[in-house]
Design a protein around this ligand. Structure first.
Ligand code: MLT
Length: 405
């Protein structure tokens, strides 16, 4: 009989979005005639941009001809897309060379798999609330986690406690789920703290394209010294509608060198390269070709139009919540609106309440950590029509009886 990884016993029974899908499916089964609006998981509704679709077609054509057919590609990704990403970073004031860029199938896998590079006994800081993959993937390895508290007092942007050391620090900015975004000064403080502690920051920038306030950092490499302490993850899922197409990238700078217990130098870039070439055969050529199109002038323009569309939805949600006197965070530099559950309700109760009363699905804040228990996340990734209809339903549900804040 195999000995199992019993750390799995310490996980919640199902992953947050699987639980939501399960509850929603049972509701639909019992109420097939009630039209449901999904503003839960951050799944996009705008189709792929024209130039991305063209690149997909071209890639497929190339794969169908002997002269241009390709088999296994480089595990790290093709040079063309890695160069396009490096140039994109340059345009945003960060220098990232192509050897540090690894193309993947999205940020979820890489933020989960990165735990393999680290040993046991690290002091791991993870914000609460935050994207549940960081905590779950550490629980799977049997790692203990120290939470750093995000709350209204710190505008959901926890800062380092200099009196306590750390080895690994997760940061997600703009934050999923709260939408809070660190300023360059705040992020620099985390970088300085990590450098002082010889710690590594695992920086999730999946929502960088949603930043609309000028001056906010879109990459941690805009901070001084970050290449000596930070790995950055990014994804085209939300930026370019790749939730189904799948493509992301992880940046592991060559400067990230630490010492083993015997004093031997170990490069995280070399380790990640070794890990990827052993366990990953690369993102498909066709998808990488499409991803490269995202970084062209036309691609950026077309993606921006979609981002504007979602910003329009965020405005509809924010205006409705303001009208109803429901307090919220996010929505400006993020596709997510993080609202306070009315009447101090628990977030899963609020989830059931909205599902049963107005058939709107959102994400209970409790799924992102203890500090989210009284909050609820709505996404702006729906269609205009559905978002407007969901907010009409919110209005009719809450307007007759003003809500206690
Ligand atoms: C979310 O809704 O938080 C995201 O869509 C989940 C993900 O990106 O994996």
């Amino acid at each position: 009989m195999p000995k199992l990884n019993e750390n799995y016993l310490n996980l919640k029974e199902s992953y947050l979005f699987s639980e939501i899908a399960h509850r929603t499916a049972s509701y639909i089964k019992e109420n097939p005639d009630k039209p449901l609006i999904r503003l839960g998981i951050g799944d996009v509704t705008r189709p792929l941009c024209e130039c991305v679709v063209k690149a997909l077609h071209e890639g497929a054509e190339e794969m169908g001809k002997t002269e241009t057919f390709r088999g296994y590609g480089p595990e790290q990704g093709y040079v063309q897309i890695r160069q396009a990403i490096s140039d994109y970073y340059k345009r945003h004031g960060a220098a990232v060379d192509i050897e540090s860029i690894f193309i993947s199938d999205g940020a979820k896998s890489d933020t989960g798999n990165i735990t393999e590079l680290f040993g046991k006994g690290n002091r791991i800081l993870i914000p609460d609330p935050v994207y549940p993959v960081y905590v779950d993937s550490n629980v799977m390895c049997g790692n203990a986690v120290t939470y750093i508290e995000g709350n209204e007092e710190n505008a959901f942007l926890p800062m380092p406690d200099w009196s306590v050391a750390a080895d690994i620090i997760y940061i997600c900015s703009p934050n999923n789920p709260t939408g809070a975004c660190y300023s360059t000064e705040q992020l620099q403080e985390w970088v300085d703290y990590a450098l002082k502690n010889k710690a590594v920051i695992l920086f999730d920038a999946a929502y960088e394209a949603f930043i609309s306030r000028p001056g906010l950092p879109r990459s941690i490499y805009q901070c001084k010294g970050a290449k000596r302490c930070a790995i950055e993850f990014c994804s085209l899922s939300k930026t370019a509608g790749f939730t189904g197409t799948r493509c992301g990238y992880t940046i592991v700078p060559k400067e990230l060198v630490f010492k083993s217990s015997t004093g031997k130098k170990m490069s995280l870039n070399a380790m990640w390269n070794r890990r990827q070439s052993t366990k990953y055969n690369g993102t498909s050529y066709i998808v990488q070709k499409a991803a490269a199109a995202v970084f062209t002038e036309q691609g950026e323009r077309e993606c921006r139009e979609n981002l504007e569309y979602y910003r329009g939805n965020a405005k509809i949600i924010m205006n409705t919540l303001t009208d109803l006197g429901i307090s919220f965070f996010g929505g400006v530099n993020s596709p997510y609106i993080w609202l306070k559950c009315p009447n101090n309700m628990d977030s899963w109760d609020f989830f059931d309440f909205l599902l049963n009363k107005i058939q709107v699905v959102g994400t209970p804040g409790g799924g992102f950590g203890e500090n989210g228990r009284k909050y609820f996340r709505l996404t702006s990734f729906g269609t205009h029509e559905n978002t407007a209809e969901a907010m009409k339903r919110f209005h009719s549900l809450f307007f007759s009886e003003p809500i206690d804040k």
